[in-house]
Design a protein around this ligand. Structure first.
Ligand SMILES: Cc1ncc(COP(=O)(O)O)c(C=O)c1O
Length: 339
């Protein structure tokens, strides 16, 4: 048995680490600005409650370059990770339409029950209770199984969490165009700890409530983080638009494909089943074939820590592994599986 516990429970997008380490920042305008980034002594003294026009323009540009969201006529709200934007969106719907619950289909991202509880709403998994007025939260592709999801309720208030709607996780990215679409710097470029997320919102009243929410819960999203995010996203837009070098999405797609191909070769000999319909995504959603406890099985047999199936609203035979871990973690995991 290998000595060290391997943590494959955490969802840090470290598969993009090597890309950023090796990127020549001198090849793009934003890259040069990034490498010379020095916050002057008075930088950040003027409160910025939502975001700068430059940041909004950069967000529009990256979506145009990737083609994953229609930004035409959308209001942009930037928050402390997409977490903040999802909370703001739930609050805005509750405030404007009096929604009292949130529909989320299982398996779901493990933090959703807490987000809903903090928002003082009720979590349900369908709209059969006609006494409720739910918001529907649709994550597509989904965490943990990378399933492409569509709305399945009659609720008019929908939030699309598109955190994984980037080329590294999908065969084909589509042009999304819904009322509230949310994105994360974490799952797009890999910068999880910079804590930036954004929402594209059609309805100006909803957008204004969301802006107020962000302002009142933070007195403005960190401008230093926003500046970093602006340059990181700007570098990627330039690389794609000018076809002048490898962008992080193409790199990420290649890296994850390599990993999924390796796993597929092992598939038939594994003691667990991989549930993902396609061999793609940031996470590997698994099920123990004999129905026993997935977390215990992985600890006992491989010394690997996984995310428990129960956290996604499923049974204990399910579990989630991160395919988006660092190269060395993935290699070590692969070796343990192969033995
Ligand atoms: C589906 C989904 N939504 C939201 C988040 C939170 O993202 P952020 O780090 O931008 O707050 C995650 C992070 O793993 C996620 O998987």
């Amino acid at each position: 048995m290998s000595k060290e516990i391997l943590d494959l429970a955490k969802g840090s997008p470290k598969f993009l680490e090597e890309y950023w380490k090796n990127l020549d920042l001198s090849t793009t305008k934003h890259g040069i600005e990034y490498s010379n980034l020095r916050f002057s002594p008075n930088f950040g003294m003027d409160y910025i409650f939502n975001t700068t026009d430059e940041m909004k323009e950069t967000i529009r540009k990256i979506h145009k370059a990737v083609g994953n969201a229609n930004v035409q006529g959308k209001h942009i709200i930037v928050g402390n990770g997409v977490t903040h934007i999802l909370m703001a969106a739930m609050y805005a719907y509750y405030k404007k339409y009096g929604n009292d619950s949130v529909i989320v289909k299982k398996p779901y991202y493990f933090r959703f029950p807490d987000f809903v509880k903090i928002s003082k709403l009720k979590l349900v998994d369908d709209d059969s209770d006609k006494t409720l007025k739910p918001i529907e939260l649709i994550t597509t592709p989904n965490n943990p199984d990378n399933e492409l999801r569509v709305s399945r309720s009659s609720s008019k208030q929908k939030i699309y969490d598109l955190s994984y709607q980037w080329p590294q996780y999908l065969e084909n990215v589509v042009l999304n165009d819904t009322d509230i679409m949310t994105f994360s710097l974490s799952k797009s470029t890999g910068h999880a700890a910079t804590r930036i997320g954004w929402g594209l919102v059609s309805n100006p009243e909803i957008a204004a409530i969301m802006e107020d929410y962000v302002e009142n819960t933070t007195v403005g999203t960190s401008n230093e983080s926003q500046e970093r995010a602006r340059l990181i996203l700007g570098i990627q837009s330039e690389l794609i638009e000018n076809k002048s070098g490898l962008d992080c999405f193409s790199y990420g797609a290649k890296e994850l494909k390599k990993r999924w191909d390796k796993l597929s070769d092992l598939k038939k000999d594994l003691t667990f089943e991989i549930v993902n319909k396609k061999n793609n995504g940031m996470f590997i959603w698994c099920k123990i074939k004999d129905g026993s406890n997935g977390f215990d099985h992985m600890m006992k047999n491989f010394n690997v820590k996984v995310k428990k199936g129960e956290t996604a609203g499923m049974g204990s035979e399910y579990f989630r592994l991160s395919a988006g871990c660092s190269n060395s973690t993935f290699e070590e995991f692969y070796d343990r599986l192969k033995k």
